[in-house]
Design a protein around this ligand. Sequence first.
Ligand SMILES: [Zn+2]
Length: 140
Amino acid sequence: MTSLRGCITARKRKQRVDFRRLWRWERQSKAPLIKDEWPHVAKLILEFEYQHALLFVPNPDAKTIELTPNEQAFFDYGCPLDCFQGEFELTNAVYSMIKSGEVERSGELVCHGERMGSGGPINCGLIMTYKVKVEYKTDT
Ligand SMILES: [Zn+2]
């Protein structure tokens, strides 16, 4: 029996299925709401900045995401360069922050996806510097 992975890699590169992306959408569709997951959280603020290892490629724009209790507790973000299997996964960081009552944490993640360069596929390697801030409700 031919494995699924074997079928996929046998196809042309552009037709490869990005299972990581599909899986992310699947998990996002099932993610709980922040107010259900953490009733004591008032707001989450996530700040992202991106930086290339390659100097001649423009960096993607920085962005800030504010999440209120009615939004989903989902923190896996696709790579802004839309690379194959690229993502920045902040779920564990956010969950562990809230578990220990932290209000701010920052760090760095590297995209392990793949992009097409002029000479073929290259590792994405986009660096994300993140800052996560959690505001807790004061009346709980
Ligand atoms: Zn990437």
